[in-house]
Write a protein that binds this ligand. Structure first.
Ligand code: CA
Length: 242
């Protein structure tokens, strides 16, 4: 089990296998119908321990994890999983528990959807997580619509025209590009760009994200590339997919 799991599934010509850890039977049933219809194989765990027991045995390609499980904190499930596995984890959370969701992302979960969620949104998150897991090596040039980020040359262009970024602006864009289509929390960004000890300085981000948007967005007040996840962080997306 590792970052190649999605690719393994594709190579073997089988559909991806998704473990859903969720104690609410109705949600499991809803997910089973929807995921099976899309050709995914779904496994079920009804508690955190059940999920942790099944994972090393059944080798799913992705985990959908309810944070509010009866036996243990979903956050602990994420931490214990991340001790030995890179499997993509998508969090199911309820809106009132915003801090738990952010803590789970900081602990290594890949993404989240908020209950009640739309199936279209969850399926999009699943595709992104599996695609990212299948990516075997880093791509030196990332293309999103008209925006190109050349990581080898630290060069950013829009429709072929170079955009001059400050080192900090570039570093922020680079971290977001490494998590393409996936959310990056304020804490993750601040840690990666400014270092530990700056995790509370979200106003830094507001300033620099504003500057970045003025440089890369056609209309900085209606961003198409650099999206805000309210209260959580930011997400760099391809305008076609977003
Ligand atoms: Ca629950």
């Amino acid at each position: 089990m590792g970052p190649m799991a999605g690719q393994d599934a594709a190579d073997r010509g089988r559909t991806a296998r998704i473990l859903v850890a969720e104690d609410e039977r109705q949600i499991r049933r809803f997910l089973r119908v929807a995921l099976t219809a899309r050709g995914y194989e779904m496994l079920e765990a009804v508690s955190g321990q059940d999920a942790l027991d099944q994972l090393p045995v059944l080798h799913p390609d992705l985990v959908i994890l309810d944070l509010n499980l009866p036996d243990m904190d979903g956050l602990d499930v994420v931490r214990r999983l991340r001790d030995w596995s890179n499997i993509p984890i998508i969090i199911l959370s309820v809106r009132e528990h915003e801090e738990d969701k952010i803590a789970a992302l900081d602990a290594g979960a890949d993404d989240y959807v908020t209950k009640p969620f739309s199936m279209g949104e969850l399926l999009a998150r699943i595709r992104v997580a599996l695609r990212h897991a299948a990516r075997s090596e880093d791509e030196p040039v990332i293309s999103l619509g008209n925006l190109q980020i050349d990581l080898a040359r630290r060069r950013v262009t829009i429709s072929g025209r170079e955009v001059k970024l400050t080192p900090t602006e570039y570093d922020i864009l680079k971290v977001l590009a490494a998590h393409l289509d996936r959310v990056v929390t304020h804490g993750q960004l601040l840690r990666a760009v400014w270092g530990p000890g700056y995790q509370q300085e979200t106003h830094y981000l507001r300033v620099y994200i504003g500057q970045l948007r003025r440089k890369i967005e056609d209309d900085p007040s209606q961003p198409r590339y650099l999206l805000t996840e309210p209260g959580v962080g930011y997400r760099l997306v391809s305008p076609a997919s977003g």
